[in-house]
Ligand binder design. Structure first.
Ligand SMILES: O=C[C@H](O)COP(=O)(O)O
Length: 253
């Protein structure tokens, strides 16, 4: 039985004060980590404060990106060493906004995934198709390719700890959610690809989240699907009450 993981991705939102208020509000109302994993992936300037406020609570803190090198002449970048030192435990890698706007490649995503494991961070690896790819029946091929390239070179132990977030790009921030069946179909395909690349144990262990306009109103149906083990949530993770409802839903699955 895989434990659900509900992760909020705040993207480039909130002030420092709002971030701290959020953490103070939710930290005592979250279910225990043994029941469901809850994570907030916040902008870099808020990470230190969020780790401090949520110490000894079930809420884990993640970053939304990082560089794969430990240090060096990479102006504006943040390294895995810096994140680890802060007490961050998760990192989103290869979000479609990073792939599209900042031109991140599958190769860079793969390097970042390796760097995450080298530094004890759990990677949440994002994959997903565009509307064009879906309409051209290229969804499975595209998503499978992204998964295989992202995990290239990981050993079985590492691969089984990866969290994959399946996020159809056409459903992100649009209010248009993939139906629970559509989402599950792709997640099942991802699990099969993991079985081919590794084995049944790895395929069974990997948590696969769905992301794309997840909200309290649709989360139960999505999480009840056989191959969906959580959600990566943008907009609906920004309000404390809404985030708490999403995590609560994860507890019941
Ligand atoms: O990382 C989160 C996704 O991009 C989904 O964002 P959304 O829930 O606002 O559609």
């Amino acid at each position: 039985m895989r434990k659900q993981v509900i992760a909020g991705n705040w993207k480039m939102n909130k002030t420092h004060t709002e971030a701290e208020d959020f953490a103070q509000t939710v930290k005592n109302d979250l279910p225990a980590a043994e029941q469901v994993e809850s994570v907030i992936c916040a902008p870099f300037p808020f990470l230190q404060k969020l780790v401090e406020v949520t110490k000894d609570t079930p809420l884990e803190i993640g970053a939304q990106n990082m560089h794969y090198e430990e240090k060096g002449a990479f102006t504006g970048e943040v390294s895995p060493v810096m994140l680890k030192e802060l007490g961050v435990t998760y990192v989103v890698i290869g979000h479609s906004e990073r792939r599209e706007i900042f031109k991140e490649t599958d190769e860079e995503v793969n390097k970042k995934v390796h760097a995450a494991f080298e530094h004890g961070l759990t990677p949440i690896v994002c994959v997903g198709e565009t509307l064009e790819q879906r309409e051209a029946n290229k969804t499975m091929e595209h998503v499978e390719g992204q998964v295989k390239e992202a995990l290239e070179g990981l050993n079985q132990q590492q691969a089984s700890k990866v969290i994959i977030a399946y996020e159809p790009i056409w459903a992100i921030g649009t209010g248009r959610t993939a139906s629970a069946e559509q989402a599950n179909e792709v997640c099942t395909h991802i699990r099969k690809a993991l079985q081919e690349k590794y084995n049944g144990d790895v395929a069974e262990a990997v948590r696969i989240q769905y992301g794309g306009s997840v909200k309290p109103a649709n989360v139960d149906e999505l999480l009840s699907q056989s191959d969906i083990d959580g959600a990566l949530v943008g907009g609906a993770s920004l309000e404390a009450a809404s985030f708490l409802k999403l995590v609560e839903a994860g507890k019941h699955e």
